[in-house]
Design a protein. Structure first.
Length: 133
């Protein structure tokens, strides 16, 4: 049996679009599996920890699909891909805290009933970034 180990390093997460009414935000996730890559993922911000875990789960699925050896479909049993996320517990904690910050900013946007300062909050939200380097 061949076991392929892929090391996944989440580098940076930024914010794309956001949908305050749905409590969702599009995250721009930069990661490295030997090559720098980037994906967009829409997450539900009502439960930050679940959102963080679903990000890692999706990255794992993506990587498994990339690294599957499709040359001989009969030997799929022989080809295991193990995706190892660098410092996974800390990554989940930090992503979780980042999503919590996003949730708070979106809460501010929702509760703002005067125009003054509204664009500033949106700008602050758009500028939120998480660097996991």
């Amino acid at each position: 049996m061949k076991m392929k180990i892929v090391s996944l390093d989440i580098k940076k997460i930024g914010i794309g679009k956001f949908f305050p009414k749905e409590d969702k935000v599009e995250l721009d996730i930069n990661f490295n599996d030997g090559v720098d890559k980037e994906i967009l993922k829409v997450v539900d911000i009502t439960d930050a920890e679940s959102a963080a875990e679903s990000i890692l789960e999706d990255l794992r699925k993506l990587e498994k699909n990339i690294h599957k050896n499709n040359e001989n479909k009969e030997l799929i049993v022989d080809n295991f891909v193990n995706i190892v996320v660098k410092d996974e517990d800390n990554a989940i904690k930090e992503i979780s805290q980042f999503i919590e910050k996003i949730k708070n900013k979106i809460g501010e946007i929702k509760s703002k009933n005067i125009a003054e300062g509204y664009l500033d909050i949106i700008r602050e939200l758009k500028n939120l970034k998480l660097d996991l380097v």
